[in-house]
Design a protein. Structure first.
Length: 201
């Protein structure tokens, strides 16, 4: 081996490794928009509103939740899907950061009973069964009078910022599926934050 070959061979190996690294980074970045799009398209917030119920603030909302083919097949084979609904409420302040008033999460589980062939929705408040998946998903995305805080949080003449989302808790999936979720994006179900402002009378 001459001096020229001895000098350039290590350089070529370094460039080859660098090329592989750059290719992997490019593939990861290229996959992000598609995964984000699939995640955002899987849930749509139709409406959300706060109302007063006696001395409390209650949230009503409706969201459409859609499963892809992989998720539906796993559900039919007995895999439970655990969802989390997140709600946040802030008091707006022009001279400083908004003041956080409420930050709540509510779990909900979607499952399929292989014996009864019915879909099940379990939450902290109720347990319901449905004949079809669309019926079960409609219930999963429906919020009816969720008490999120006391009415006294609202001060007359002030403005508030509210935000709502629903997401699949991937941490509750079996470990092999958690690894697959990171690599494929097939297990991403998460809405964008649905945000709105409230003016206190």
């Amino acid at each position: 081996m001459n001096i020229t070959t001895a000098f350039f061979m290590p350089c070529l190996r370094v460039l080859e490794r660098l090329g592989l690294v750059l290719l992997a980074v490019w593939l990861s970045v290229a996959a992000l928009p598609a995964q984000a799009s699939r995640s955002a398209d899987s849930v749509t917030v139709l409406y959300a509103m706060l109302k007063t119920v006696e001395n409390d603030l209650a949230l009503n909302a409706a969201m459409t939740v859609r499963l892809n083919k992989t998720q539906e097949e796993a559900l039919k084979k007995g895999l439970s899907l655990n969802f989390v609904t997140d709600f946040e409420l802030e008091r707006k302040r022009s001279w400083w950061l908004n003041e956080s008033l409420v930050s709540l999460s509510r779990p909900g589980r979607l499952s399929y009973n292989l014996l009864t062939r019915r879909y099940q929705i379990e939450s902290t408040e109720s347990y319901k069964t449905y004949d079809t998946l669309p019926e079960a998903l409609a219930d999963l995305g429906r919020i009816d009078t969720w008490i999120v805080g006391p009415k006294k949080l609202f001060r007359p003449g002030e403005r508030y910022h509210a935000a709502l989302r629903i997401r699949l808790d991937q941490g509750q999936l079996p470990i092999p599926l958690q690894i697959n979720a990171l690599a494929s994006g097939k297990w991403e179900i998460e809405s964008d934050w649905h945000e709105w402002e409230i003016a206190s009378p």
